[in-house]
Design a protein around this ligand. Structure first.
Ligand code: GAL
Length: 646
């Protein structure tokens, strides 16, 4: 299998004369896959039911002749103007009741049966026409579901929400109980009285908000399923995907990933951010976790600057290549861009492309061509199937808990992603290879598991964590875990549910350190923590205490056998110290990566990527697959990469 290389290709933005040049330059660049037609609905179906495939026939023929395969989009991400003019009820409505207009993209209500009907009609026509086209490699279903409109609050959505709630609760009394509607006179006598959580005078019902998030992710997934069902019926042998957006809160990707033939992701870290490579590493590890040890595809990234930040930094020479290898090292077998040719008109005219406005005598183009050649050379060399190496550490990630934790009216404001990143950094800096896992996942293979701020947790999830520790696994549970159940009902009597026994403690009171950080003393110290609480040990050993603040002198970190509790929002030094302490007790002596240098082992190969301004000298034996030279002693400049095969 080749390593896919290419990008979004939007030939409809260009006169036909340009298409031949595109095909020929694609060959020059080593492009072997083009994502075609993502935003082509209005050109494929210019009028209701009238299809115009002639231009796409020509494009696909040209690609085929050039040896470029097609990642053919279903083109449903931006409904054409005639459709929303004819059926304005397809247009989405915000929580404040504003109906969004045409003239941009993604202007559809995910619950609209009309939208889905028109979308699947187009998909059927595309599948029937191109299902056996020799260029067709894969289907690209829609595009970035939920990117702009992840929730719709219109009347159609309200009716769909009611139906979803009826299916879930059976009776309105079931809903009343789950939502705790005795509070603030919210009791419902019938499902007809229920609405999406539209703008309201003050805090909305938390369980209603949570169910609306569940419903919202589900409705987007239903859109995907409707298209996928058509494709699977008409073209059962063609794999399909839809592009994810990393740690994207509105869509529960654990649910989504199961439905794709392979995972793909869009990735736009900020080139100006010195630490962005860490976020990009974490996202790529998430994709590897979601992909279930199948290869995945980096479906979109920028060759250089984007156009949607207040300041759009250009990537520095080599940065795009280094960030791409972060993906390949984590089992991506496709490196794609948005987009092939930089647009001259439209909202993304200043977003970089593989082929820049200024043509081929440019740095970006040269890097694109060189990297394409390199990937072509690697294609036969890198394994095409994934046999993931053993991974030591797991970070529990749960979308439902994310939605619940970041609601308003919580004990404190916590960024869930911030917590995940901080633990990811602490683990990877200690040399641990990390996987993200669902709280219900089999944890038995991991040496250490952290559940950071798993605010909402089912009894089954908590039992799963407890069982892992009971069987000898090293478990780290942090503050604000197991506070509420799946209906957002508080676990009274000290929170944590079954984990109280595992951890040997209960929690008496939260004492957040609003604006007055405290420190920790004991086995593990931490410079500045922003959360404290009153922990009541019931068998646990106190490892560290708060030195100041309302919980001063009380437990901040405890252990109970192999189960650790962290009652503080540890600073980076505190997390690092805790991980070191735990590795010490496990007797796990791992090679530490140098700061700013990634060392990722994938099957037979170890990828070394230097993100530092200063050069780094490789200290591994073997041959560098990129230069053919002995690896040891190779000097990698900033953004330099070596793939060391023993
Ligand atoms: C993605 C999207 C592309 C393009 C790109 C720009 O979100 O899928 O169509 O807009 O961003 O960065």
């Amino acid at each position: 299998m080749p390593i896919w290389y290419g990008g979004d290709y939007n030939p409809e933005q260009w006169p036909r004369a340009v298409w031949d040049e595109d095909a020929s330059l694609m060959r020059t660049a080593g492009v072997n896959l083009a994502t075609v037609g993502v935003f082509s609905w209005s050109r494929l179906e210019p009028r209701d039911g009238e299809f115009d495939f002639e231009w796409l026939d020509v494009v696909l023929e040209k690609l085929h002749a050039a040896g470029v395969r097609a990642d053919l989009a279903t083109a449903t991400a931006s409904p054409p103007p005639w459709l929303t003019l004819k059926h304005p009820e397809i247009l989405p409505v915000t929580a404040s009741g504003v109906r969004l207009s045409t003239g941009s993209r993604q202007q559809y209500c995910p619950s609209s049966p009309l939208y889905r009907r028109y979308a699947t009609r187009l998909v059927t026509a595309l599948a029937e026409r191109y299902g056996s086209h020799p260029a067709l490699q894969m289907w690209h279903v829609n595009n970035e579901y939920g990117c702009h409109v992840s929730r719709c609050y219109c009347d159609v959505s309200a009716e769909a929400f009611r139906g979803w709630l009826r299916d879930k609760y059976g009776t309105v009394e079931g809903l009343n109980h789950a939502w705790g509607t005795a509070f603030w006179s919210q009791h419902y006598s019938s499902f007809d009285e229920v609405f999406p959580p539209r703008d309201a005078p003050t805090f909305k019902n938390p369980a209603q908000l949570l169910d609306f998030d569940r419903f919202g992710s589900h409705e987007l997934l239903e859109c995907f399923r409707a298209e996928a069902a058509v494709l699977r019926q008409v073209t059962p042998d063609i794999p399909l995907t839809t592009n994810f957006m990393g740690f994207f809160k509105p869509a529960n990707y654990w649910e989504w990933a199961k439905e794709l033939d392979f995972v793909s992701d869009d990735s736009y870290p900020d080139p100006a951010d010195e630490t962005a490579y860490l976020h990009s590493a974490m996202t790529r590890d998430l994709m590897r976790s979601l992909a279930g040890d199948k290869p995945w595809v980096l479906m979109e990234q920028a060759t250089s600057a984007v156009n949607w930040r207040p300041q759009n930094a250009a990537k520095r020479p080599g940065q795009m290549r280094a960030w791409s290898y972060q993906a390949i090292a984590r089992e991506a077998r496709g490196i794609m861009y948005f987009q092939w040719r930089q647009s001259i008109a439209g909202a993304e005219q200043f977003h970089s492309g593989m082929l820049p406005h200024s043509g081929t005598d440019t740095r970006v183009w040269r890097e694109v061509v060189e990297f394409g050649a390199e990937l072509t050379a690697l294609s036969g060399v890198l394994p095409s199937t994934v046999a993931a190496p053993p991974v030591e550490a797991a970070i529990v990630l749960d979308w439902e808990s994310w939605w619940a934790l970041e609601q308003p009216a919580r004990p404190t404001r916590i960024s869930y992603q911030g917590q995940l990143s901080a633990w990811y950094r602490a683990f990877t800096q200690a040399g641990l290879r990390v996987r993200f896992v669902h709280p219900g996942a089999d944890l038995s293979g991991f040496r250490v598991v952290v559940a950071p701020t798993l605010f909402l947790a089912t009894e089954a999830s908590l039992d799963n964590l407890a069982g892992y520790a009971r069987d000898g696994g090293t478990l780290i549970v942090t503050f604000q875990t197991g506070i509420v159940d799946e209906n957002l009902r508080v676990r009274s009597g000290g929170y944590l549910g079954p984990l109280q026994r595992t951890l040997g403690l209960w929690i008496e009171e939260f004492t957040p350190l609003a604006g007055h950080p405290a420190a920790l003393a004991g086995t593990v110290t931490s410079s500045s923590v922003t959360w404290s609480e009153v922990v009541r040990p019931a068998g646990a050993t106190v490892e560290s205490e708060f030195t100041d603040g309302p919980a001063a002198g009380g437990p901040a970190i405890t252990s109970n056998g192999t189960a650790w509790y962290v009652a503080a929002d540890l600073a980076a030094d505190g997390k690092a110290a805790l991980v070191e302490t735990i590795l010490g007790r496990l007797g796990l002596d791992l090679p530490r990566p140098a700061p700013g240098v990634e060392r990722i082992t994938s099957q037979a190969d170890t990828y070394v990527i230097n993100h530092n301004p200063l050069p780094y000298v490789v200290e591994l034996d073997g041959t560098d697959l990129l230069t053919g030279k002995p690896a040891r002693g190779l000097e990698l400049p900033q953004y330099g990469v070596a793939i060391v095969r023993a």
